[in-house]
Structure formats: structure tokens, C-alpha cells
Ligand binder design. Structure first.
Ligand code: ZN
Length: 203
């Protein structure tokens, strides 16, 4: 399986990164080794001094597809989860300055912890779904899918022009504003509406 991540999908986050709002979805990949086995802690990597969380709604693909039209995209997923797109912000900044790809900053081992549970989309209002991230005792990110620049169906239609989507692939749909650093000892808890989705400890 592969993990496809959308960048700059919330205008307020693009603004906080001093990035332009894109004309088309911007995406990059993480390998399957970016998943964090359930219940494992996340170990702060030695190659960064500025690790950031980005809490994101995650879509699980349930059907093989290529060149999927927006109209039929909803038939390619049933389940919605929540994840963290961990980012070594210092390395990413260097990559950006040099015009280099972002993989060392985004695609390293365990950089995509994903909720152990997924919710059936029939139980959710995907057009306006709240999600949030709590760091220790403080809510640090609050998002709503209505603020996505490209919705899930548009993302699937766009990506599948280039990549065949396979059963089990995960799409991280971008982060809202409020990204920030984590330190060893922090605890990150993600919610969709009131439902606790994941808890990740930084060691
Ligand atoms: Zn992200």
C-alpha cells in the first residue's frame, strides 16, 4: 500500500506557511514504512530538531481505480480515519530553499501514525466534519472538512489521473492551521467530532 498526502489543502494553513493557495491539489507520497504500528510510541528522530505535528483526515481506498471521475469517487472509499503527517520542519525548509524533494522531511519511518479505528462514512457528515488535535492538555488544531480547498472526491479524481489507487491505500487530506512542534514526553490525541481516534506518545 501507499500513503498519499495532500499539501496546502486549507487556506489558513497555506497562509501560516507563507505558501500560495494551489490551483490543483499538491501531493507527495509516504511509503508503508511510515505507518506506526498500533500502540507503539513514536521516537523523536535524531535527524531533526524541529519536528511538527499535522493532524489530517485520512481516507482509506476500498477499490482499485484509475482515472476516477469526481462523480464516482465516493464509491472508492467507505472508511475515514485520522492521522498525523509528522514533518521535520527544519529539513523541509532546507529542501524548499534548494528546490529539492521533501522525502527526508516527510516520508521517514513512522511519520504517518494513523488511527487504529476508522469510521464508516455513512455515520459522518463529510461535507462539514469537525476534527481536532490535543497536545497534552491543550487543543492545538481544530479543523472542519468544509474548509478543504479540494474535497475528498476532487482529490481522488485528481490523484488517480497519475497514480492507480489500490485497496488499502491511504490519503492524508491536508492539515488545517495550528501546526507546531512536539517535544519528547508530549502526548497527541486526535478526535473526529467527539470520538477519540488515536493517542500517540513521543519518546
Ligand atoms: Zn500534511
Amino acid at each position: 500500500m501507499k500513503i498519499i498526502c495532500i499539501g496546502r489543502n486549507y487556506a489558513e494553513h497555506a497562509k501560516e506557511m507563507n505558501a500560495a493557495v494551489p490551483e490543483n491539489p499538491v501531493f507527495f507520497l509516504k511509503p508503508d514504512s511510515a505507518l506506526l504500528p498500533p500502540k507503539n510510541p513514536f521516537y523523536y528522530p535524531e535527524f531533526t530538531k524541529d519536528l511538527h505535528y499535522e493532524c489530517e483526515v485520512v481516507v482509506k481506498i476500498n477499490k482499485l481505480g484509475k482515472n476516477i471521475s469526481e462523480k464516482f469517487a465516493h464509491t472508492y472509499y467507505d472508511e475515514i480515519g485520522l492521522g498525523i503527517d509528522f514533518t521535520a520542519r527544519d529539513l523541509q525548509q532546507k529542501c524548499k530553499e534548494k528546490g529539492l524533494p521533501w522525502e527526508i522531511a516527510k516520508s521517514f519511518d513512522h511519520s504517518a501514525p494513523t488511527s487504529p479505528i476508522f469510521l464508516n462514512k455513512s455515520t459522518l457528515n463529510l461535507e462539514a466534519m469537525n476534527f481536532s488535535l490535543k497536545k497534552n492538555e491543550e487543543i492545538v488544531q481544530v479543523g472542519n472538512t468544509k474548509d478543504m480547498l479540494f474535497n475528498i472526491d476532487q482529490i481522488i479524481a485528481y490523484i488517480s489521473q497519475f497514480l492507480t489507487l489500490k485497496i488499502g491505500d491511504l490519503i492524508f487530506t491536508g492539515t488545517p492551521a495550528g501546526v507546531g512542534p512536539v517535544q519528547i514526553g508530549d502526548k497527541l490525541i486526535g478526535y473526529i467530532e467527539e470520538q477519540k481516534m488515536f493517542e500517540v506518545r513521543i519518546k
